[in-house]
Design a protein around this ligand. Sequence first.
Ligand SMILES: *Cc1c(COP(=O)(O)O)cnc(C)c1O
Length: 393
Amino acid sequence: MYANNHPALVGSLSSSDPSVKLINFSPGPTSLPKAVEDEIAASFKKPGLTSLALSHRSPEFLNILDHTTASIRRIMDIPDDYEVLFTHGGGHGQFAAVPLNLCHDKSDVATYIVNGTWTERACDEAQRFCTVHTIDGRDPAGGYTTFPELIEEEIDPKSKFIYLCSNETVNGIENHRLPKLPKSRRHIPLVIDASSDFTTKPIDWQGEGVGVLFACASKNIGHPGVTLTIVRRDLLGEDKASPLCPGVFNYTTNLEADNLWNTPSTFNIEVIGYLMAWLEHQGGVAENERRSIAKSRILYDVIDNSGGFYGTPVQDKALRSRMNIPFNIKGGDENVTDEFLIQSWNEGMVGLRTLTPFGVGEYLRASLYNCITEENAAKLADFMQRFASRNLA
Ligand SMILES: *Cc1c(COP(=O)(O)O)cnc(C)c1O
């Protein structure tokens, strides 16, 4: 029906009409809350140097680094026996850094719970550095729509860590709380990829046995270029990491250098500080979780009450992501989906389809990170209802 190079169909994030207010539903990188974006803009108008121009060893930057670290600790309630690192190489960097730091050599075993695109990728990368056991989370139809039960026999007690992703961004599967390991396996540290849900729910660090948690900044807390990696101290030590672990990835090396082993992403670290201040001002993590529940519910309600006009792959409501809501339209009808994309784009709602290396697929996806307000989610819900009633005939 439409030339398939219409901007809305190839993932355009701008509007042909500059007066339309954009709402960015992108899966990441994405917008930050308006107040944070305003603060970044204002920082360029203040007298003095911005962190883009500051030496990372200057007292001015050290102040920013201390401030950001302290805010993350306070707001995420991180106990004293955990260290906060600002690492390089994004989430993918951590896919390699985790086994390189926690496994001394290739014979060391690690257990990977694979239930979506990102755990698949992490698992593939880890095969190069350690002996990977997987717990396969595919559903009977071969898709990823669930989280597997954790059975004692399937977890080698000698595993150096158990790896999981708390929110599978592409598939829309979330652990709203971290899963409990079988009692006999609770000595094994959990490694959590929280790239797309960090700050949106509390974490019981010690109670849930978190060993390492990382989050690339570009979903909820900042921009591409820095990744937050939080490590329990007993897992650190030069003797624990693989001798092949590069310095930039080595947790102990970076910690001993106070996050200044090489040049850190200075500006990105400052931005995380702004985001944390915003979060605190908004009522912290508990309030952020309430907002996330409200934002996602309004969209899932439209989907569930659409009489099948909209569909979403994850049926178990306890596992539905509050961050990324995949949905199809009329069973994936291409013409109706194109129409939906163009009309919503015309109303300023962008980022619902991203061209990814994993293909377009039949599903659109609404991502509800910290930049999306309850009002923004309601606007999309309202559009979806109007669109459905126009196209139900
Ligand atoms: C986006 C994402 C990644 C990839 O991060 P990069 O910074 O692009 O390497 C990893 N894990 C999850 C869960 C993600 O959402």
